[in-house]
Write a protein that binds this ligand. Structure first.
Ligand SMILES: [Zn+2]
Ligand SMILES: [Zn+2]
Length: 906
């Protein structure tokens, strides 16, 4: 008989099963299989990253769902992949090269990309290892990288199709420009940071002399690029200013006063300086009034030639210099404090500079419309629900997507320019000859696509689109997308749009948004705060199962996860409990089976046996228990509980209540199976013979089923125990669980067993209060409430009550008298008397209790005094007062209890 190691060593067990699962290709589904498919695509981790607690949470949720569905007989594909993470990777590689004194520019595009690929190889393997160490049951055989040739082809195909439909266009337009990364970024990549700033009021004199207009601005340095001053046409002053010209200070340029609805009359003085080249609102005004865009800041964030004598200054230096010059000319009217939100690049924290450049854009409104419909119709649902509204409001206000990036690492834009006629060719492959002039020299567009341009195709491009593959036919649409709320616009919304456009169907039916992982103080975990533990360290210390189980337990739907490393102890203790229970059960004499163990054929559950325990045994292990096994109510009870818990678990998993799911498993295994059933089975074992065999068979089949139910949350320890319990049934990761018949649930028996538990607990507590040695037998009287038929119901529990509570003589009756010198425990429908005469020294006990009573009474008076002191109650913090009150109630209870016992003892 193989034996479990004495102490559970997660590291050894985890490595072993990771290798076994991989070797047996357990997680590689067959696209031709007949079972119902269940698909999840892994949000492809960035190759720059390493696993965080947040990733561990998302990965565990996905793995739990996949393992659960696999067990339920679904054809499960959990698709593995990684993201090239355009700008993020380019930046880390640039930084790494710079440390070696190498400049990206000096290296050139080709060599730089080679460096990026080297980085990818190295970090790819690390991420694979990290995901494996968590137990992720991903299909690595289908792994895709966002820059793989197949995915690249899909990206180009999508670009060309959207261009041909008129949804992709190129334009000179104002974009969010990062002067540090020197690239355009999308609106979604801009983080707005509330900033203490200033509002400067600058006078612009009328060109014809006499009078001025004062404008309020937060960015005086951009005034050098002003081409007008705008007012709202509804402004009372507007009429008088029609046709007026102003002289722009520091430049001498003559600029008009114009009138536009976009001007907020309540902001500053109600007069807006218009700088089309450096402000998005002004850019739009500029287009409407056909104003020139005077560029005064360049792509590096420095003042450009257009800024005249300020050229060459950094934009912030220029602010000081411009203000000084205005001051000198007496044109700076006043400076107010002004708090406002400034856009920063989410990758590098640099303040965004609105900048006009030639970029590629995607028209989003036509793509968004069907994406709004599918959510409104409930074809795609969000969990928690509120994310649906967040999604809808963004989609309804969607703006064009700037998709070009001035980077090297990424999908190069599939546009070529003819070297002879300058014609533009948009094509999936490099053209051979120019359709206009038949020339053959081409230059490809230098820019690459936004990194999300490959990820938004992620439910179908990795499955071989645009080819019509078997994988696409079987596994698309996918089932659930598990991701964080922070990328709902970057990714989730765009995936819905892409799938509807190119697949003609939704990409997934459910979006499950995981909570944000916060530390014990409620702060978001981040590298800069140093409050984010490394999941790999946690796994090494406690095991992956303990970590996973704890994450699930801490994960209430719709709420953030308050994570503290010490909480993983709950999972660790639980794993140890499981291990020890399994060791105990496996150490028992194995249940005799009729069929040869190893009969792995169809489950013969069709002809239910008379005993649920025998039936379950046969179903789980594929081997029948011999007729010589005898069963009793405790076997039927634990199976009733098991069936009920399995039903609850299924409901919780189906509704993404992972916290409740893990609590159900925990309570069942620890409190029902270990605390009660295994204790009862020890008593049965002592009886020997058929009864001992029956209890051993039940203990095994319930342990086996518990391993099945726990497997999705704790894959490693359950697999190890399963391999000992059912060595011929194959790996648990690939086990098809037939379920537990609902008819195992026996509510009447469960109600009786609740009485049983209360009675045993009450007698045990009394024994403990009077220090009765564990081996010492006592007699007990259960006085039942009349007219409920309790004595008859409790009669069948008699033997087990005696064994568990160490009782020799047990009376169960209605209206039983309390013998003198006995102590009492009151339950809801009965009283229990424990005669102590001859068991303990009653006089000595009374003395001890008298002393206790005296002490407690004094303590009570003290607290009472404090609570009556108005000053204390008013001044002390509320929680302190509350604590005192609770303590007072507790003490009063205790006082009453002791007084009652003293009275009982006479
Ligand atoms: Zn940047
Ligand atoms: Zn040409």
């Amino acid at each position: 008989m193989p034996e479990l190691e004495k102490v559970y060593t997660p590291g050894v067990v985890e490595k072993k099963w990771t290798a076994v699962w991989r070797g047996r290709k357990v997680f590689t589904p067959d696209a031709g299989a007949s079972e119902t498919p269940f698909t999840i695509v892994l949000p492809p981790p960035n190759i720059t990253g390493s696993l965080t607690v947040g990733h561990a949470l998302g990965t565990t949720v996905q793995d739990l769902l996949c393992r659960w569905k696999r067990m339920k007989g679904f054809n499960v594909l959990w698709l593995a992949g990684m993201d090239h993470a355009g700008i993020a990777t380019q930046k880390v590689v640039e930084r790494a090269l710079l440390e070696e004194g190498i400049m990206k520019g000096g290296l050139g595009r080709e060599r730089f990309l080679e460096e990026c690929w080297k980085w990818k190889e190295k970090y790819h393997d690390r991420i694979v290892e990290q995901l494996a160490s968590l137990g992720a049951s991903l299909d690595w055989s289908r792994e895709v990288f966002t820059l793989d040739p197949g995915v690249s082809r899909a990206v180009r195909e999508v670009f060309v199709r959207l261009y041909d439909k008129g949804l992709i266009y190129r334009d000179r337009y104002i974009v969010n420009w990062c002067p540090s990364c020197k690239t355009a970024i999308s609106d979604e990549e801009v983080d707005f940071v509330e900033t203490h700033g200033k509002l400067y009021f600058v006078a612009y004199p009328f060109a014809d002399g006499g009078g001025e207009i004062v404008v309020g601005t937060t960015r005086p340095e951009t005034m050098l690029g002003d081409v007008a001053v705008a007012m709202n046409p509804k402004d009372k002053r507007a009429k008088a200013l029609e046709g007026k010209m102003l002289e722009l200070p520091l430049t001498g340029r003559k600029i008009p006063v114009i009138f536009d609805e976009a001007v907020d009359p309540a902001f500053g003085t109600g007069c807006l300086k218009v700088t089309p080249a450096h402000d998005a609102t002004d850019f739009m005004i500029g287009l409407r009034y056909k104003l020139e865009a005077v560029v005064v800041i360049d792509r590096d964030g420095k003042m450009s030639a257009g800024a005249g004598r300020f050229a060459g200054l950094d934009r912030l230096e220029a602010r000081t210099t411009v203000l000084a010059a205005l001051e000198e000319q007496g044109l700076l009217r006043k400076i107010d404090d002004y708090d406002h939100a400034i856009g920063h690049h989410d990758r590098c924290g640099t303040a965004i500079e609105p900048y006009i450049s030639r970029q590629w854009f995607m028209r989003m409104k036509p793509l968004a419309a069907p994406g709004i419909d599918v959510v409104n119709r409930g074809e795609v649902t969000f969990t928690p629900e509120r994310w649906g509204n967040i999604y809808l409001s963004w989609m309804e206000n969607i703006r064009d997507w700037c998709i070009s990036r001035q980077l090297w690492w990424g999908h190069r834009i599939p546009v070529w320019y003819c070297g002879d006629c300058e014609g533009m060719i948009v094509a999936v492959e490099e053209p051979k000859s120019c359709p206009k002039c038949a020339g053959s020299k081409f230059a490809q567009d230098e820019d690459v696509l936004d990194t999300w341009f490959s990820s938004w195709l992620w439910t179908f491009s990795p499955m071989g689109w645009p080819e019509k593959t078997k994988d696409l036919e079987t596994f698309h649409p996918t089932s659930v997308l598990v991701t964080g709320g922070d990328i709902i616009f970057f990714w989730v919304a765009r995936m819905i749009m892409a799938s509807l456009e190119f697949m003609g169907e939704i990409p997934f039916s459910t979006v499950y948004i995981t909570g944000i992982v916060r530390d014990a103080k409620g702060r978001k975990m981040s590298k800069s705060l140093g409050n984010s533990p490394d999941p790999i360290d946690i796994i090494e210390r406690t095991g992956a199962d303990a970590f996973r189980f704890t994450l699930m337990m801490l994960s209430p739907p719709g709420q953030d996860v308050m994570f503290d490393e010490s909480k993983v102890d709950v999972g660790k203790h639980f794993a140890n409990k499981i291990w020890n229970a399994a060791r105990f059960v496996l150490g028992q004499e194995p249940a005799p089976v009729r069929a040869e163990e190893g009969a792995t054929g169809a489950v013969p559950g069709a002809t239910p046996g008379p005993e649920p325990a025998a039936e379950l045994h046969e179903s789980i292990f594929g081997a029948a228990v011999t007729a010589e096994a005898a069963f009793d109510w405790e076997d039927r009870w634990i199976l009733s509980r098991l069936a009920r818990r399995a039903g609850e678990l299924e409901g919780y998993i189906d509704s993404y209540r992972f916290d409740e799911a893990s609590r159900t498993l925990y309570d069942f295994f620890w409190h029902e199976y270990c605390d009660w059933y295994l204790e009862l089975s020890k008593a049965a074992a002592r009886q020997g013979g058929a009864r001992a065999r029956g209890a051993a068979a039940t203990a095994r089949s319930v342990l086996g089923t518990a391993m099945i139910l726990l497997h999705p949350a704790m894959p490693f320890i359950t697999e190890e125990i399963w391999s000992m319990l059912a060595p011929l049934r194959g790996v648990l990761a690939n086990y098809r669980f037939p379920g537990i018949p609902e008819r195992f649930v026996d509510p009447a028996l469960e109600a009786d067993v609740e009485f049983f538990k209360e009675i045993v607990t009450a007698i045990r507590n009394l024994r403990q209060s009077f220090n009765i040695p564990p081996g010492r037998l006592v007699s007990a009287i259960i006085n039942c409430e009349k007219g409920r038929g309790l004595p008859a119901r409790l009669e069948r529990l008699r033997e087990q009550i005696r064994l568990m509570a160490k009782v020799d003589e047990l009376v169960i009756a209605e209206g039983a008298a309390k013998p003198s010198g006995s102590v009492v425990a009151g339950l809801a429908a009965m009283e229990i008397y424990l005669p102590l005469k001859g068991v303990v020294d009653i006089e000595a006990e009374k003395k001890r209790l008298d002393k206790d009573l005296e002490k407690i009474t004094r303590e009570c008076e003290k607290i009472e005094g404090r609570l009556k002191d108005a000053r204390f109650v008013e001044k002390a913090p509320a929680d302190v007062v509350e604590k005192e009150r609770n303590r007072y109630n507790e003490m009063s209870d205790k006082k009453r209890r002791i007084a009652r016992i003293l009275e009982d003892l006479g």
